[in-house]
Design a protein around this ligand. Structure first.
Ligand code: ZN
Length: 81
């Protein structure tokens, strides 16, 4: 990912979506209405006014929670019945 002149790198998050390795890159650019943005290699991205939200959401996006995995497993079990 290439940074624009006004952008600063603030963090990288490595994870996976269904076995596919992904990386979300968080940047800050004061010229944007919401300066903090993360962009994932899967194409997803989100923007935030402060750094407080960018890290947890990027982490959650790249590491689908155990709760989500359990819910999917439960849904699969229910469907086979
Ligand atoms: Zn993603």
């Amino acid at each position: 990912m290439k940074l624009q002149n006004t952008e600063f790198w603030v963090g990288s998050f490595h994870g996976c979506h269904d076995g596919t390795k992904v990386k979300a890159t968080a940047t800050c650019d004061d010229t944007r209405p919401e300066p903090y943005v993360w962009t994932c290699t899967c194409g997803a991205s989100q923007s935030f006014p402060t750094h407080h939200d960018v890290f947890p959401t990027a982490w959650r996006h790249t590491h689908p929670t155990l709760w989500d995995q359990l819910r999917q497993r439960a849904a699969r079990l229910l469907r086979t019945r």
